[in-house]
Design a protein around this ligand. Structure first.
Ligand SMILES: [Zn+2]
Length: 189
């Protein structure tokens, strides 16, 4: 796995985590934070990234990740609103809070590659440190405008645009299709 693809994976996990646990609106309706087992499963799925194994999430991990996801949400909202200063300050605080540090790891037959660890080896701290590091790498480059908040009505889910042309405006094809359908109806009217 090369550096770029690892960073893309952890920023995707950051967006997934924000979307899984932060309350607001999703795809045209209200979204409440899940609780209990639903919360643990939602977080596990968010961090799975399509891989074969979903990580085991304890209640304590879930509680911590909800707090970290709130910070990550602030970063996406700030970038989406054009306030890069607020996004950078929040990320710096989160990097400090999680004790994020780079470390070369080698596992599963892969070559040595760079991971980001937290100050402890808990799942919550590790993922929060990784997500903060990935977002910081994006924010510190011309990729900063690739973080965004869905522009569809009644949706505040977030996304990372890793497409080549970088023209994404919606959290999902669900919202893209909602907006297209509304535009079509408007033309018919
Ligand atoms: Zn959306």
């Amino acid at each position: 796995m090369d550096f770029t693809s690892h960073v893309e994976r952890i920023v995707t996990a950051a967006a997934n985590l924000v979307n899984a646990v932060t309350p607001g609106d999703a795809h045209g309706r209200g979204f409440d934070q899940p609780a209990g087992e639903d919360l643990r499963l939602a977080i596990s799925e968010a961090l799975r990234l399509g891989g074969p194994e979903a990580p085991a999430v304890t209640d304590q991990d879930a509680a911590q990740l909800v707090i970290f996801a709130g910070w990550l949400r602030v970063v996406f909202d700030a970038v989406g609103g054009g306030d890069l200063d607020a996004a950078a300050l929040t990320l710096n605080a989160l990097l400090a809070e999680t004790g994020a540090r780079p470390q070369l790891d080698r596992h599963d037959g892969e070559p040595w590659h760079l991971h980001f660890h937290g100050s402890t080896d808990t799942l919550a701290q590790g993922w929060a440190a990784g997500c903060a590091s990935g977002l910081a790498i994006f924010l510190g480059t011309e990729m900063h405008d690739r973080l965004g908040v869905c522009t569809a009505p009644r949706c505040d889910r977030v996304y990372v645009d890793i497409s080549r042309n970088g023209t994404r405006r919606f959290c999902s094809t669900t919202c893209q299709n909602r907006v297209k359908a509304a535009a079509f109806r408007a033309r018919q009217g």
